[in-house]
Design a protein around this ligand. Structure first.
Ligand code: EPZ
Length: 423
């Protein structure tokens, strides 16, 4: 199994290009199932997860043209040949569950495996299913599969989510665009990826307004054409590199990063003593010699501090002066990186959904284990500043969500080498 060997090499200096957002690309790919003409996505991130989604779409009859390493992906769903997403294709990557809504809306029925829990929490899909039921779908769960049917089509509905869910908001939107009549989503998620999906769907002929706010209106249309759409920049990738630059005390320009999507992180970095300059084409992160001070964070739905940057920020706080309290409010089990960071010498006490991080003057390299995507990259950040060698094992998690991580960091001076089968 591949692992990364990381040695400290001083401050990161240079420019890092930000890729298209994984979590947007996956939903945009699911949206291709709604389109009668080809959907062409540019700035597509080449990741294990997006390639996996392409495989599932091909299984359903979508003609996918996406040469290895290319950032342009063309998906033609003129002929959907299957409406079944089997266990093996959904179990490995939860976002594949998002084909259910588009298949239901376009074909009238679908059978999709329940995704099951994962390392960071139980992650049920009850809100997704309630939204489809509100739109008139009949849903049964049998032998681990969701069997959904709306043979006379979905109907517009008023859906008030009991709490904010990114996935349920996107999924309901994906189904409602072809429903008969108007759908209103209340207490909808406001994440930038939702806006990206709405903009792409509107460009295919959908009628969605209010995205980016908690109330989204969708006027159903009979059919969607295709379009060409540029995937929004990955705010989590940008935030991760911002934190890496801050940790090493470097000076890095994040090319393509969007300040408007990263407000909570930028505030926290500035409070911690990091200089963040907003430039027309990206963000510059600097910490020229100054120390880091502890900052408390609470993860919240957008525009709050993103749960997907919690692990990385914890890594930064391990070397800040003072004590930081980090509260995880989105997922019930998202502190698996804490014991691994402690192996590097961090001082962290976890109590329920709270981690108390007492800054230490130095971390020390050690073998550590990646447990999920964002946890893995937090270990990479800690390793960049730890004395001696750190080996990060089980890095297939990183390959799911970070495009060319070693190359991007390596060009800014990091000493990272991949060892193992595909090294
Ligand atoms: C998306 O997951 C992202 N995944 C996650 O990124 C991200 O952490 C999360 O949103 C929050 O921002 C993708 O976009 C592919 P939710 P999602 O529905 O949609 C509970 C990463 O590292 N819930 O907003 O699954 C749920 O268990 C990943 O890239 C229900 O109870 O998140 C969680 O506690 C990890 N019932 C909370 O809501 C439901 O039907 C928020 O989850 C749906 C969700």
């Amino acid at each position: 199994m591949d692992k990364l060997s990381i040695l400290p090499n001083g401050p990161l200096e240079g420019r890092i290009p930000i890729s298209g957002a994984k979590n947007s690309a996956l939903k945009l790919m699911a949206a291709s199932l709604l389109c009668e003409q080809p959907l062409v996505l540019t700035s597509m991130p080449n990741l294990a997860d997006t390639r996996f989604m392409a495989k599932l779409l091909q299984n359903l009859g979508v003609v996918v043209e996406w040469p290895t390493g290319e950032a342009l992906c063309r998906m033609d769903a003129a002929n959907i040949t299957s409406t079944i997403a089997p266990y093996d294709l959904v179990r490995k990557m939860r976002a594949t569950f998002n084909v259910l809504g588009p298949l239901l809306a376009r074909v009238g029925h679908a059978t999709v495996s329940l995704p099951g829990g994962c390392a960071i929490g139980a992650r049920p899909v009850d809100l997704h299913l309630k939204a489809f039921e509100a739109m008139g779908a009949d849903i049964v769960i049998e032998e681990g599969y969701v069997k959904a049917a709306a043979l006379r089509g979905l109907k517009g509905a008023h859906i008030n989510f009991p709490f904010v869910s990114v996935g349920a908001t996107e999924h309901a939107m994906l189904a409602a665009v072809l429903a008969d009549g108007e759908t209103t989503l209340e207490n909808a998620a406001c994440e930038p990826e939702i806006g990206d999906l709405a903009i792409c769907l509107n460009s295919c002929g959908a009628k969605i307004t209010g995205y980016g706010t908690p109330t989204i209106h969708i006027q159903g249309v009979a059919r969607l054409s295709g379009t060409r759409h540029d995937v929004i920049a990955d705010r989590i990738e940008a935030g991760t590199f911002a934190i890496a630059a801050a940790a090493t005390g470097g000076n890095v320009f994040l090319d393509g990063a969007r300040a408007e999507d990263l407000g909570a992180l930028i505030d926290a970095l500035r409070k911690a003593g990091v200089t963040v300059e907003v430039e027309p084409k990206g963000l510059r992160i600097k910490r020229n010699g100054g120390g880091l001070v502890a900052v408390d964070i609470d993860t919240r739905p957008h525009p709050g501090f993103p749960t997907d940057l919690q692990a990385q920020f914890m890594a930064l706080m391990t070397i800040a002066e003072g004590t930081s309290t980090i509260r995880e409010n989105i997922f019930e089990n998202r502190f698996m990186h804490a014991p691994e960071l402690s192996r590097l010498g961090a001082n962290i006490i976890v109590r329920g959904n709270e981690a108390i991080v007492k800054g230490v003057p130095k971390l020390k390299g050690a073998p550590v284990m990646a447990t999920d995507l964002r946890a893995s990259v937090s270990l990479v950040i800690a390793a960049l500043v730890a004395e001696g060698e750190t080996t990060v094992n089980r890095i297939y998690h990183l390959d799911r969500g970070f495009e060319r991580l070693e190359e991007k960091l390596g060009r800014c001076g990091a000493k990272i080498t991949r060892q193992g089968d595909s090294a």
